[in-house]
Write a protein that binds this ligand. Structure first.
Ligand code: PLP
Length: 369
C-alpha cells in the first residue's frame, strides 16, 4: 500500500535517490542474511556501487527471464535457436539434482560439435520437487568453459537465511548471479524478485540506454546506480519498501522462526506419510514441500497407481478444505503438499492428513485395491 501511495518512479537515481539507495541497502542486508560473498554486495564494491557487485529488485523471477520456463523466451529474444538450449535430464538417483558428470559430458559434446557454451542455470529448490543442484561441482564445470552461472533460488533460497540450510548455497562464490523471490517464502508479497550480480558493469553494458531526456549530471558522472540499467523496462516502483518493512518489522530471528516453523510442519506431514504403509515419500524432503504418493502394490500397473493418486488429489481438492497439487518427475506421478501460508498451524496439517487418509480410504475402496 505504501509503495503504491508513494508512487515514486525511481528509474534512475535522480528520479528518486531514496528509492534507489534504500534498494541498495536492503539488497545488501539480505545478502548478509544469506552470507553471500562480499563480491555480491554494494558495500564492498566500488564508489557508489557502480560497476562492482550488488543487487536489484526485479518484478517476478519469470519476468526477469533468466530462469524457469521463461528462459526459453529469453533465448529466443537473444537470437539463440531453441534447439541450442539444453534441458539436462535428472533422475531419482540424484534426488532430481543435476549431475556434474552429466553436465560435463553434455558441454563437451557441444564444444566438440562447434557450439559455444554460454550460460548455466542451477536451481536451489526446483519448482516440482525442491531438488537442490550441487552448486560447487557444477559451477566448477561451467567455470572451465567460461560460462555465466546463474542460481535460481526463488523458493529454496529463503531457507538459507537459517544456518542449518545455508550449506545449499555452498559454492555460490563460483557463480555470477543469484536470484531469490521473497514473495514466495520471505513474507513479502508479489512482486519482489531479488537478483544479485558480481559484475554489475556487464549487466549495465547490456541493458543501458541513455536517451537525451534521461541524461543528468549524477548519471553522467558514473557515481550513482541507475536501476533502469539493471532491468529490461525503464519505470519502476519503490519496491524496496516492502522488503525493508518486512526485515525491519520482523527482524532476522523472527523470519528464521517462520521458515523453521513451516519446515517443522512439513516434516510432521512427512512423518505421517511414512507411518502409513499405503503411502511413500517419493523425493526426500528438503524444505517445506512433501512429494508423496499412494504406493504401488503387487501386480499393480504403474498407470493404475497413477490413476489412484490422481483420484486422491481430486478427492482432497474437491472437499475445499485443503488444496494440493501434483507433478510428474522421472515418469513418476506424485502429490505435492506445501506448507507456506502464514496462518498455517500444526492443527491444520493434522486435519489435512486426516483428510488425505479419508480420501485414500474412499479411493482404494471404490477401486477395490
Ligand atoms: C525455482 C523457481 N524459479 C522461478 C519461479 C517463478 O517465480 P516467479 O513467481 O518469481 O516468477 C518458480 C515458481 O514456481 C520456481 O519454483
Amino acid at each position: 500500500m505504501l509503495c503504491t501511495c508513494f508512487n515514486a518512479v525511481g528509474f534512475n537515481w535522480l528520479a528518486s535517490p531514496a528509492a534507489t539507495e534504500l534498494e541498495m541497502v536492503v539488497m545488501d542486508w539480505l545478502a548478509h542474511m544469506l552470507k553471500l560473498p562480499a563480491s555480491f554486495m554494494f558495500s564492498s564494491g566500488t564508489a557508489g556501487g557502480v560497476g562492482g557487485g550488488g543487487g536489484v529488485i526485479q518484478n517476478t523471477t519469470s519476468e526477469a527471464i533468466f530462469t524457469h520456463s521463461t528462459f526459453t523466451k529469453a533465448s529466443r529474444l537473444a537470437g539463440i535457436c531453441p534447439s541450442n538450449v539444453r534441458s539436462i535430464p535428472t533422475s531419482r538417483d540424484t534426488d532430481f539434482a543435476l549431475s556434474p558428470e552429466l553436465l560435463r559430458k553434455v558441454v563437451e559434446a557441444d564444444v566438440e560439435s562447434g557450439l559455444v557454451p554460454l550460460y548455466l542455470c542451477l536451481t536451489v529448490g526446483t519448482t516440482s520437487t525442491t531438488a537442490v543442484d550441487p552448486l560447487e561441482p557444477l559451477a566448477h564445470v561451467a567455470n572451465d568453459y567460461n560460462m555465466w552461472v546463474h542460481v535460481d533460488a526463488a523458493y529454496g533460497g529463503s531457507a538459507c537465511i537459517c544456518p542449518e540450510f545455508r550449506h545449499y548455497l555452498n559454492g555460490v562464490e563460483r557463480v555470477d548471479s543469484l536470484s531469490l523471490s521473497p514473495h514466495k517464502w520471505l513474507l513479502s508479497y508479489l512482486d519482489c524478485c531479488c537478483l544479485w550480480v558480481k559484475r554489475s558493469d556487464l549487466l549495465v553494458n547490456a541493458l543501458s540506454t541513455n536517451p537525451e531526456y534521461l541524461r543528468n549530471q549524477p548519471s553522467d558522472s558514473d557515481s550513482v546506480v541507475d536501476y533502469k540499467d539493471w532491468q529490461l523496462g525503464t519505470g519502476r516502483r519503490f519496491k524496496s519498501l516492502r522488503l525493508w518493512l518486512v526485515l525491519r518489522s520482523y527482524g532476522v530471528a523472527n523470519i528464521q522462526s517462520h521458515i523453521r516453523s513451516d519446515v517443522r510442519m512439513a516434516r510432521m506431514l512427512e512423518g505421517f506419510v511414512k507411518s502409513d504403509l499405503r503411502f511413500e515419500v517419493v523425493v526426500p524432503r528438503k524444505f517445506a514441500l512433501v512429494c508423496f504418493r499412494l504406493k504401488s502394490f503387487s501386480r499393480a500397473e504403474p498407470s493404475y497407481v497413477d490413476s489412484l493418486n490422481r483420484k486422491l488429489l481430486e478427492w482432497v481438492n474437491s472437499t475445499g478444505r485443503a488444496y494440493m497439487s501434483h507433478t510428474v518427475v522421472g515418469g513418476v506421478y506424485m502429490l505435492r503438499f506445501a506448507v507456506g501460508a502464514t496462518l498455517t498451524e500444526e492443527r491444520h496439517v493434522v486435519a489435512a492428513w486426516q483428510l488425505i487418509k479419508d480420501g485414500a480410504d474412499a479411493v482404494l475402496k471404490v477401486k477395490g485395491a
